[in-house]
Design a protein around this ligand. Structure first.
Ligand code: AMP
Ligand code: MG
Length: 321
């Protein structure tokens, strides 16, 4: 059901993007089994054989990063974040260079976001995850106890020998705020290195749009921004994007309602409760990883503070409150 809704949403995005459905040069493919979301890749540049080959390589790249950053499953032949969470309090594990770089970015994210985006919040976000499954809210006592395990300094990485460890038993990583954006960055780099200039990569609403929508007479892509209080695929506004990524964090994506109050998935580390500043924040900037980091960070801040932070990274912001 969720996938069907995402598919409809993404097809609507594509319709807005293409403006010319019958253009024979538009080729698109979709992946449904990565990052618990719907991913699509559309390009204007390749013939069928080239497109099939690039799509396969793209899938392999995204799948590898998904497996490495998956906190729910172990995969034979690699050390991933599930393994790191399981080994918390134990010995350092050898990880890939890609995972090292990503963990390094995760540590930087804490500083960039003024300690609002903290990947060591796993013990807290897992209580909220459970609440969304069971419909029963976590007690403030259990949240406070879990918060003792969330210091970002519990994550130690050593780039000399590519090892990483969580030093505190029971502490755990949750990279949901950053992984899709970072995957987008890896994918964009791959596509551009492959000589593809005009494309749209949509990772479950994190939309990277490069070049232009060929054949439409337009220079930039138009991306719809979901109305946070309307059915999926209903756009409140649009933004115009070129050679950049638009990433949205919202309170409408994963939530439960208890006694008429909405409890969503983006947790303020200071209150340990879902953040109440905004319904959605869209950040547009060149770097997909930074756009994902900033959209979550700004969601957790008052508008004035967030706008100043976004400006310091040359990013545009659209708030829907
Ligand atoms: P996003 O949709 O990119 O804003 O990321 C939201 C996801 O990040 C949630 O589903 C959680 O997995 C995780 N998360 C929630 N709150 C935080 C936080 N304060 N810091 C880091 N990750 C968080
Ligand atoms: Mg994010």
């Amino acid at each position: 059901m969720k996938k069907t809704r995402l598919l409809i949403l993404c097809l609507c995005v594509l319709f807005l993007l293409s403006g010319c459905k019958s253009d024979p040069e538009i080729r698109t493919t979709s992946y449904y089994d990565l990052f618990d979301t719907y991913i699509s890749f559309t390009t204007y540049d390749l013939d069928e054989a080239e497109f099939n080959s690039v799509s396969e390589e793209l899938y392999t790249l995204l799948q590898d990063f998904h497996h490495q950053t998956d906190i729910y499953h172990h995969y034979d032949g690699m050390t991933n974040l599930y393994d790191m969470n399981a080994a918390a309090g134990g010995n350092p594990l050898t990880v890939s260079e890609t995972l090292m770089d990503f963990l390094n970015f995760c540590i930087e994210a804490d500083t960039v976001s003024n300690h609002k985006v903290n990947v060591m919040l796993g013990s807290v976000t897992s209580l909220w995850h459970e609440a969304r499954e069971t419909g029963t809210l976590p007690s403030q006592e259990s949240l406070n106890a879990a918060a003792e395990l969330t210091d970002i300094h519990f994550l130690k990485i050593n780039s000399q020998d590519n090892t990483a460890v969580i030093t505190m038993p029971g502490a755990s990583l949750d990279v949901g705020a950053l992984a899709k954006g970072y995957a987008g960055k890896l994918a964009v780099n791959f596509l551009r290195d492959s000589g593809i200039d005009n494309f749209v990569l949509n990772l479950g609403g994190n939309v990277c749009a490069y070049g232009q929508p060929v054949g439409t007479g337009r220079d930039r892509f138009t991306i719809g921004i979901q109305d946070p209080r309307a059915a999926d695929g209903t756009y409140k506004t649009t933004c115009s994007v070129k050679d950049a990524c638009a990433v949205t964090s919202g309170d409408y994506q994963r939530f439960i309602e208890v006694d008429g109050v909405r409890y969503h998935h983006i947790i303020d580390p200071d209150t340990l409760q879902p953040s109440a500043y905004h319904h959605s924040v869209t950040v547009i900037c060149e770097d997909s990883a930074m756009a994902d980091l900033l959209s979550t960070a700004l969601f957790l801040m008052p508008e004035e503070e967030g706008t100043a932070l976004a400006e310091s990274y040359g990013a545009e912001v659209i708030y829907l409150d």
